[in-house]
Design a protein around this ligand. Structure first.
Ligand code: GAL
Length: 383
């Protein structure tokens, strides 16, 4: 009697699991993992490695305390991008009171993992704010692992660019300008001063601020760190060392005084595309886009990539990553977060196909869509 009963139960569970197989993206909806729990990977990045995708994001907990790191970086894996298997915590915060830079209660945001072919190591970068200092530390940090899913070992944090001027920086901007200390923030004169290196000079010795960030690996294997710097006024693009764990010292500004956050970068047809947000904290705003023929620029600002209803709030979300779909030419998924700071664990995920009209990246809302959209020549529109 026992055996058939057990078999029956197993079959029922299997068919339930089958029924729960997802076959499409449903932006903004609850997105259950293999345990039926909503994905907990906010500010995420994704990696494709040996036939599997890995998703890494901020593990949030319920309540306002969840806006700081209480657990660490959560990892999931998937073969099809719709169904995600829980791989647990890839990078754990250190115990409170341990004095570690990543101790419980720090701010650990926007983790991005890349694989380094030379060292065979997986390298995770993230925005780090030291515990008890709000967002003042403005550091970027690195952790490594020999396995995609971790555990990652914390290496160190940086203020990038210390003692190095950016490419194209004018000789005359190296010295303080008369009256700059008295300039009132947010005035046109102050913005001009920012564009002419006000904060680059200020932070020259200790290194430049690094908040919202992403990592991009180019076709030639060179990796770049892009971060919101200079009090979030200017993006900094910095070259990583061959092992992807440090900075070469070569860096450039993008959109000086343009006030961009949430950078996400991709390459298509030999050109580089950047999508960012404006700076309104957890509240969504209209995305921006940029194109460049060379990664070091010049970067040309384009328009808001989003179209249709709620384009002015990027469909109530903020960019976090652009994921190239493996095996499909010029197929990119725009990944964004719907933040819910009063209960961060509830945050939603907006994944949409990214299409292009000439050079202009385009986003269109879809309640439900599949990777099939990328097989329709030139359409790029959601099904
Ligand atoms: C957002 C940023 C998030 C987080 C938040 C804190 O602008 O993109 O990653 O830092 O501010 O207020």
């Amino acid at each position: 009697m026992k055996k058939p009963l057990l078999l029956g139960v197993l079959l029922a569970v299997a068919s339930l699991a089958q029924a729960q197989q997802r076959t499409a993206f449903e932006p903004g909806n609850v997105w259950p993992d293999n345990h039926g729990t909503h994905l907990n990977a906010h500010g995420a990045g994704a990696l494709y490695d040996h036939g599997r995708y890995y998703l890494f994001g901020e593990h949030k907990i319920a309540g306002r305390a969840g806006n700081s790191a209480q657990v660490g970086v959560h990892c999931y894996s998937s073969k099809d991008l719709y169904n995600w298997q829980d791989e647990g915590i890839a990078l754990a915060v250190a115990p409170a009171g341990s004095g570690s830079e990543i101790e419980k209660g720090c701010v650990l945001e926007r983790p991005k993992v890349v694989f380094n072919k030379k060292t065979g190591q997986y390298v995770m970068w993230f925005h780090l704010e030291l515990k008890g200092q709000g967002y003042a530390a403005a550091r970027t940090a690195v952790a490594v692992s020999s396995k995609a899913t971790g555990p990652y070992r914390y290496v160190r944090s940086y203020r990038p660019g210390a003692g190095q001027w950016p490419l194209g920086y004018q000789e005359g901007w190296k010295q303080p300008q008369p009256g700059e200390a008295a300039l009132k923030w947010w005035t046109p004169e102050w913005r001009t001063a920012v564009a002419q290196g006000l904060f680059v000079r200020r932070d020259f010795d200790k290194g430049q601020m690094a908040r919202d960030m992403t990592i991009f690996v180019d076709d030639d294997g060179k990796a770049y760190h892009v971060a919101s710097s200079e009090e979030n006024l200017t993006l900094h693009l910095a070259e990583l060392t061959d092992d992807y764990q440090g900075f070469t010292g070569k860096w450039a500004t993008i959109a000086p005084a343009g006030h961009n956050e949430a950078p996400a970068l991709c390459k298509r047809g030999g050109k580089y595309y950047l999508i960012t947000s404006g700076c309104t904290g957890w509240a969504p705003n209209a995305a921006r886009s940029f194109v460049a023929s060379f990664i070091w620029g010049p970067w040309q600002q384009l328009g808001n990539p989003a179209t249709g209803a709620d384009a002015d709030s990027t469909y109530h979300s903020q960019s976090t990553y652009i994921l190239p779909v493996a095996g499909k030419k010029d197929a990119f998924i725009f990944m964004a977060d719907r933040w819910t700071p009063s209960n961060p664990i509830d945050g939603g995920y907006i994944w949409l196909p990214l299409s292009f009209e000439g050079d202009q990246p385009r986003l269109r809302w879809a309640d439900r869509w599949t990777l099939g959209v990328f097989d329709q020549p030139k359409s790029g529109a959601a099904q």
